[in-house]
Design a protein around this ligand. Structure first.
Ligand SMILES: [Zn+2]
Length: 198
């Protein structure tokens, strides 16, 4: 689902009435692309007024239910602050868990931490376009190329033997290779590595 400010506002209003006696004031809403925090509630004093913000991240692909859980999590923080139930440094203590438990009876899954386990990043992974071949000296060599220039590299590699062309999204293996556009620049690989590519 695509996360929007309107969605956050609508659900916030609904949840405020349903679970918090409608006692809270609507905060400002923000959408971030944060990887490490699915949601965040924050506030600051501006001219003697508490200005609150709830921010949700759209970094991961989430269903409506997941966004609602995160929103509810942040609303529990907002409620605790409003009622001044505990010092700000206690984030997920007794009061948090008590309120979360009450709301969860309605089918929600508010957790102490907004777990990211099982979510897939929305951003597509990089695809590495790779080529390995045998050089005249008998050693194996591998390089990464820009896909726009594939035809050019196919011509260059013609003079070598045993060329293997492949793509991968394995950043661990291939991120150290620079993406060649003109000249071939890469690394020697041993024959065992070469064979695993076949
Ligand atoms: Zn929290």
């Amino acid at each position: 689902m695509e996360l929007t400010i309107d969605f956050m506002k609508t659900r916030w209003e609904e949840f405020n009435k349903k679970y918090f006696e409608g006692c809270m004031t609507m905060p400002a809403f923000e959408i971030s692309h944060a990887k490490h925090a699915l949601g965040r509630y924050s506030w600051k004093w501006i001219n003697g007024k508490r200005v609150e913000t709830i921010c949700l991240s759209d970094y991961y692909i989430c269903q409506e239910y997941d966004y609602c859980n995160t929103l509810l999590h942040e609303m529990v923080h907002q409620y605790i602050r409003l009622k001044d139930l505990c010092p700000p440094n206690i984030q997920h203590g007794y009061h948090f868990q008590k309120i979360a438990k009450r709301i969860n009876r309605d089918g929600w899954k508010i957790q102490r931490c907004n777990s990211r386990v099982g979510f897939t990043p929305r951003v597509q992974k990089d695809t590495y376009h790779m080529c390995a071949f045998k050089m005249a000296n008998g050693r194996y060599f591998m390089f990464r190329y820009h896909p726009d220039h594939e035809a050019h590299f196919r011509r260059l590699v013609l003079r070598y033997s045993e060329a293997i062309w492949f793509t991968s999204t394995d950043a661990k293996k291939y991120d150290s290779y620079c993406q060649c556009r003109k000249a071939i620049r890469g690394q020697y690989i041993n024959i065992l590595t070469y064979r695993t590519l076949k």
